[in-house]
Design a binder for this molecule. Sequence first.
Ligand SMILES: *C/C=C(C)/C=C/C=C(C)/C=C/C1=C(C)CCCC1(C)C
Length: 240
Amino acid sequence: MNYLLNYLSVAKIATDDYVGFTFFVGCMAMMAAAVFFFFSMNTFDKKWRTSILVSGLITFIAAVHYWYMRDYWASNAESPTFFRYVDWVLTVPLMCVEFYLILKVAGAKKSMMWRLIFLSVVMLVTGYIGETLDRDNAWLWGLVSGIAYFVIVYDIWLGSAKKLAVEAGGAVLSAHKTLCWFVLVGWAIYPIGYMAGTPGWYESIFGGLDLNVIYNIGDAINKIGFGLVVYNLAVNSSKE
Ligand SMILES: *C/C=C(C)/C=C/C=C(C)/C=C/C1=C(C)CCCC1(C)C
């Protein structure tokens, strides 16, 4: 049996390795979601195809990164921070693109999309610095990251994106609202993971939690959830 495992070069996952388990299941979930979105794409009206394609790309990119992160964890028992942030820096801007795509019917401008993308990159780059290059000041980088996050929340809940959603009304407005909730509540999972995994005054509050488990749960909820909201929008507006 050991021989076979070595031959297939599959690292063992201990039965109490919860982190390894969430990487494994996360990988499968992302793969399944990507296949689902890609295959359903052509059943919808042209104007929704790009949105569903982007949902597929988000989960596909995540599936590939989870494949590597699962392996990295199994071989090194270390946080795959690099792969994690490469994944985020590709997928989070794509989630900003989703906002733009669904609001295009109400005349959303590319400038709104680029603003959200810029903010998301600031949020992620500062988070990466705090987690890796300058851990001593993790709280400070986390704060800067958090400010960028709040500006995103403001933009979509109350700013220009909100106005466009109201103009579009109907299924677009309700999808926009659901996505806003994902960003406000679903994305708030990440700072908790960050505080669980970096040194700082908050250590005594979040130190007992595991950064990777929290990030993996956040990713499953947000990436697959976001995609399903867009899928649901395409279904509903095709009925309208
Ligand atoms: C699919 C991946 C997603 C939706 C990742 C989202 C990540 C965040 C919203 C991360 C936010 C962070 C803060 C607000 C402060 C601490 C540092 C971060 C990067 C964990």
